[in-house]
Design a protein around this ligand. Structure first.
Ligand code: UD2
Length: 341
């Protein structure tokens, strides 16, 4: 088609106008349907579909071909092992947030260990399950020394008095019995999930909903790259925590375990019984409740494992697999801090 030269500018203007109109209609239609939600974990707004907020989240497409190739991200029984780079923090948090969960968190601060509480709680408020309902249960023989720490909305702290002891082994081991009783009396009515953590530690980076699961354990930071015959399991058949040299999956740390309140209740109940049976037979497992925990988890496989990112130790240099340290045990003077050596 040929246009006379004085019509040409009008036709061009019309075409440009149509394109602009189409662009505007497209933009306003899609933008109306997207709702931008502030995501704490990534410190940015992320788009959420307005109509189906929970089912149609917009996020990066998962890939089946690329991922962490330097570490195992799944156990032989198909439980995930949580490492940085194996999950989308925004997606995980949004899914779990819609469930309005409460997570109980037990921590023991007996004797001089009460001095570690402030750092533990202050860093937890910064990094631990931020924006979730968290109920801390502090077990101590020194309730007057529990520091007052400002808690965010939805987060509470209860202090539960427990007896002191002149043996650290007893304090450590008795945690199973005390947690079991607290679950029976209080926690089962107040929380969905529970984490049981060591107090002489600090949070350094995000610890989010990716850590939640039916039965969760952490791989010990000192033994994650060792063969099973080097694990410090209880090796004496006389103990109920006994594990033979040819058995064992991972060495789990006693400093972090968790899961559904119901599942952790069973774990603490079984471990408590075994600890009491050993006591009657005058045998104390090599690493007290940690040995019993390892025995329990060998025959009751955890449904999710946390990598050593979730329990590092300050005296260790960072290794190449550890992209982020989320929670780490502080350096302490055992002789000064414990009631016995
Ligand atoms: C290891 C484990 C710990 C436990 C212990 C068993 C790690 C990082 N930690 O830690 O979880 O299995 O071995 O022996 O692998 N506590 C007090 N007052 C005391 C002593 C202990 O409150 O006087 C509590 C406190 O919460 C502390 C926890 O018990 O965090 C474990 O004691 P520990 O940290 O002294 O034991 P440790 O470092 O050998």
């Amino acid at each position: 088609m040929r246009f006379s030269s004085n019509v040409k500018p009008f036709v061009l203007l019309l075409i440009v106008g149509i394109f602009l109109l189409l662009g505007y209609v497209h933009y306003s239609f899609f933008n109306e349907r997207l709702n931008w939600v502030w995501c704490e974990a990534s410190n940015r707004d992320i788009p959420v579909d307005e109509d189906q907020r929970n089912t149609r989240l917009l996020y990066k497409q998962p890939s089946v071909l690329v991922g962490r190739t330097d570490v195992m991200a799944v156990t032989p029984w198909l439980a995930p092992i949580v490492w940085q780079g194996t999950f989308d923090p925004d997606l995980v948090d949004i899914i779990y947030k819609s469930m309005n969960l409460t997570i109980a968190t037990t921590v023991f601060a007996v004797g001089k260990y009460v001095r570690f509480l402030r750092d533990f709680l202050e860093t937890a408020e910064k990094y631990f399950l931020v924006d979730f309902n968290v109920r801390y249960y502090v077990f101590t023989d020194r309730p007057d020394n529990v520091p007052s720490v400002t808690m965010s909305q939805g987060r509470h702290l209860s202090v539960i008095q427990v007896p002191g002891s002149n043996r650290w082994q007893e304090i450590s081991a008795r945690r199973m019995e005390i947690i079991q009783t607290a679950i029976e009396r209080q926690i089962s009515r107040e929380a969905d999930y529970i984490f049981c953590l060591d107090v002489d530690s600090k949070f350094h980076a995000r610890w989010g909903a990716e850590s939640l699961g039916r039965l969760v354990a952490v791989i010990h930071p000192e033994l994650y790259n060792q063969p099973r015959d080097r694990f410090s399991y209880e090796r004496r058949p006389a103990s109920t925590a006994y594990i033979p040299m040819v058995e064992g999956d991972y060495y789990y740390a006693g400093a972090v375990f968790g899961g559904f309140v119901e599942d952790v209740y069973t774990l603490t109940k079984v471990c408590r019984k075994q600890l009491e049976k050993d006591a009657r037979n005058s045998i104390e497992a090599a690493w007290q409740e940690e040995s019993h925990l390892n025995r329990y988890l060998l025959y009751n496989k955890p449904s999710k494992l946390l990598s050593p990112e979730y329990l590092w130790q300050d005296f260790h240099g960072k290794t190449k697999e550890i992209k982020v340290i989320r929670f780490s045990g502080i350096i302490k003077n055992y002789a000064e801090i414990r009631p016995n050596v």
